[in-house]
Design a protein around this ligand. Sequence first.
Ligand SMILES: [Zn+2]
Ligand SMILES: [Zn+2]
Ligand SMILES: [Zn+2]
Length: 303
Amino acid sequence: MVTYLVENNLDEVEINPKNGSQNPVRAIAEKHGIALDVLIDESVKRGLLKPYPVDMLVFCPKCGSSTFRLRLKCPNCGSLNVTRNTLFSHVTCGYIGVLEEAPRDSKGRIFCPKCKQELLKEGQDWVKIGVNWRCRDCGTTFAYPKPLLECVACGAKADENTLVYRQVYRYKVDKKIASDLYAQTFSKRVGEVLAAYGWTVTPASEIKGVSSIPKNATLLAERKGEKMLVYNIFPREGNVEEARREVLNALGAALDGAFNHLILGVKTPTQVAKMPENVSSIEGGTLEEVINKLRDKLTKEKH
Ligand SMILES: [Zn+2]
Ligand SMILES: [Zn+2]
Ligand SMILES: [Zn+2]
């Protein structure tokens, strides 16, 4: 997950319940055999992702479809025989009544029931005062009818009490935390590979008071008296220039010639015109690629 977020330099991710397995985050969860919800919860708990709601989707309680026909019903008796009443005032004569009940002719012109003049321009000779609804069956007047959703797929009916809804979230990526976690994974993977080839690996941060160890090194690897400093470099928070600077710093540190140096760059160019003899480098577009190349290199050196 962290690898995906950092290597794609993502600012945010969206989990939409509708677009199933096309979602890369869902694919990651499946690959690792964990539920998507668990993966997301865990990422939120670690501060890697910060959720914010962007949408709400409504689903049929019977078949899960999300396509509905909307019906409006009376909140009192449930009848669908409801009608909208628009209250209006005819400014010209002072009449107040229901617009839908005013007489109209075949051309759609509406006339004032009191003075029989045509209603000409809304906001001038007549104004809307408000809207309410009325049930023709039980006579109740109400502000809003109740929605009744009819599922297009299976015909089931659902209302606000029975419909299934799900919030759609987007998640902001905390790039600092993502980079920190990525650095941890990077160190762990590299450490494992080196250990498999007989190196004893110590995080450089744990070696205190050894002035010959440059601050920017990630790992110190030792084997049979041989010492090698490893630099794990990737664009932290998407910053490629900073990563490039780290490479130059590592090359600078190599100049005193005391140790061998290995620069590992993910999405970071590590080659320079004149590579010092005690420096080797590996670069790749992903951590996976760098790890594989490192394994190949160590295998070759063995033979
Ligand atoms: Zn349905
Ligand atoms: Zn009613
Ligand atoms: Zn009138």
